[in-house]
Ligand binder design. Structure first.
Ligand SMILES: C[S@@+](CC[C@H](N)C(=O)[O-])C[C@H]1O[C@@H](n2cnc3c(N)ncnc32)[C@H](O)[C@@H]1O
Length: 249
């Protein structure tokens, strides 16, 4: 699509998804991957990439990728002396590891809603109290408000000199419509029920309560304007309910 090239992610995709991705490379069919959801995801990917590279450039040695899924930053941004910790549910992580390339992250199979997450990270080698960069990409909407609060508070306590990137809200824009209801039912059936919604207006207060101060908040259109200029992605009507934040504590 012209946003990033990611051979690592391609290798890790489940066979069905790999097939779907290969269809997009058939001449004339690439347009199937240029809808507004892909545009938001493409821009969001660039936002998190920048967050991680900025942290590494500023000397952060620990990156914790929460709800990592098939994230490939541990490979794409590997640097000597830097450890990436990937946290995900055991079954998802086990599936990823069957195809993941050599090297990469320290895997931490854990539920991010459990208070034992901190112990699991420390057991895996995470240095509590040291600077760290946390990413929660595509995660918060699947948790309840209480779970998100608990997680963000725990992260803040784990690294008092920490930084955090997270995104909120996407998927709720067609809440009242038939299409929106069907979409949410399909996602819920696949184990991804949308639960927590936060608006940009409420974000600073919410984050403050969990120990974090937002330094940057970008809406879908702002992410598009910053990252997608010159790409082939459909950039009109990018979601307005989804937004991303970068915060420090
Ligand atoms: C939509 S995917 C996002 C994956 C990746 N961060 C990305 O943006 O491409 C959500 C991920 O969160 C993980 N996840 C959901 N609930 C979780 C929980 N309670 N604990 C740990 N991981 C969880 C899922 O297994 C899945 O990998």
């Amino acid at each position: 699509m012209g946003v990033i090239g990611d051979p690592f992610a391609e290798q890790m995709l489940r066979p069905g998804w790999a097939k779907a991705a290969s269809i997009l490379r058939i001449p004339g069919l690439g347009r199937l991957g240029t809808n507004r959801s892909f545009a938001y995801l493409g821009a969001r990917t660039c936002f998190y990439d920048q967050f991680v590279t900025d942290a590494l450039d500023e000397g952060v040695k620990q990156v914790v990728v929460l709800g990592a899924g098939y994230d490939s930053r541990a490979w794409r941004f590997a640097r000597p002396g830097v450890t990436f910790y990937e946290v995900d549910l055991p079954t998802t992580q086990a599936d990823k590891r069957t195809r993941a390339p050599e090297g990469g992250p320290t895997y931490v199979p854990a539920d991010v809603t459990e208070p034992s997450l901190g112990e699991s990270l420390v057991t895996a080698g995470f240095q509590a109290g040291e600077p760290a960069a946390f990413t929660a990409e595509g995660l918060t909407m699947y948790l309840t408000e209480e779970q998100v609060k608990g997680l963000l508070g725990l992260l803040s306590a784990l690294s008092p000199d920490g930084r955090l990137a997270a995104n909120f809200g996407v998927g709720f824009e067609q809440q009242g419509s038939q299409r929106g209801r069907v979409g949410r039912r399909v996602m819920a059936a696949g184990g991804e029920e949308l639960r927590f919604r936060l608006t940009p207006a409420d974000a600073p207060g919410f984050m403050m309560k969990t120990g974090w101060t937002i330094n940057e908040l970008l809406s879908g259109p702002q992410l598009r304007d910053r990252y997608l200029d010159g790409t082939k992605l459909a950039t009109a009507n990018v979601t307005t309910s989804g937004f991303a934040i970068a915060a420090t504590n």
